[in-house]
Ligand binder design. Structure first.
Ligand SMILES: [Zn+2]
Length: 206
């Protein structure tokens, strides 16, 4: 999806190198990954995700060498930004709820099951590994249930548990998360669903 005018000034990048007056970043364009230097003066807000990704909010700035104009840099005819579904969801949070909603990453439950690798890290397509799901809050199915915080992760060691949505069997080695309320939850690697296993003492709300 190509970024439109309103969204132009916020985009996801991979941080490559920091210099004294600018940061070198990589972003996804219609013709593949591109490297560009962004002057610090143009950065209104940065929210780091994981080891190397950031969401940058950018503005126009006048430099000795001329203007840096995000609109021209990232949506001009040369190499326009493209964003994955995951980026679109995070940018929506940023635009609708503001920077703090992103900054408090532990309080957002946007992680898609399909984007989680076997080591329990979630990814953004084209930008790579972000952060562990441990510490993230996820919403169990059922409106009566509050968000559950993931407190630890382990790997599937025996077969037998299936996905209620697509029927696929949970694979050995797939990550399973334990929440503070005693739920086990794992990301199905076939469909897009989180599979919730209720604690023994839990009375399900119909
Ligand atoms: Zn499934």
């Amino acid at each position: 999806m190509r970024l439109s005018g309103e969204q132009l000034f916020a985009l996801f990048v991979v941080r490559e190198n920091r210099e004294y007056d600018c940061i070198t970043v990589r972003y996804m364009s219609e013709s593949g990954s591109q490297v560009v230097r962004i002057p610090y003066a143009a950065i209104l807000f940065e929210c780091a995700f994981g080891e190397s990704a950031s969401l940058l909010s950018l503005t126009e700035v006048k430099l000795d060498t001329g203007w840096f104009v995000p609109r021209e840099q990232f949506s001009g005819s040369k190499r326009p930004v493209v964003q994955s579904e995951a980026e679109a969801r995070l940018l929506k949070i940023f635009h609708e709820e503001g920077p703090m909603a992103l900054a408090s990453a532990k309080a957002i439950s946007f992680v898609r099951a399909l984007d989680v690798d076997d080591e329990g890290y979630w990814h953004i397509e084209g930008l790579g590994r972000m952060a562990t799901v441990v510490g993230v809050k996820l919403d169990p199915p059922g409106s009566e249930v509050k968000s559950e915080e993931v407190i630890m992760m382990y790997h599937v060691q025996e077969l037998g548990l299936g996905c209620a949505h697509c029927g696929a069997e949970m694979q050995l080695g797939r990550c399973v998360f334990l929440t503070d309320g005693g739920f086990e939850v794992y990301p199905c690697n076939i469909c897009e669903e989180w599979v919730w296993v209720y604690p023994d003492n839990y009375e399900e709300v119909e």
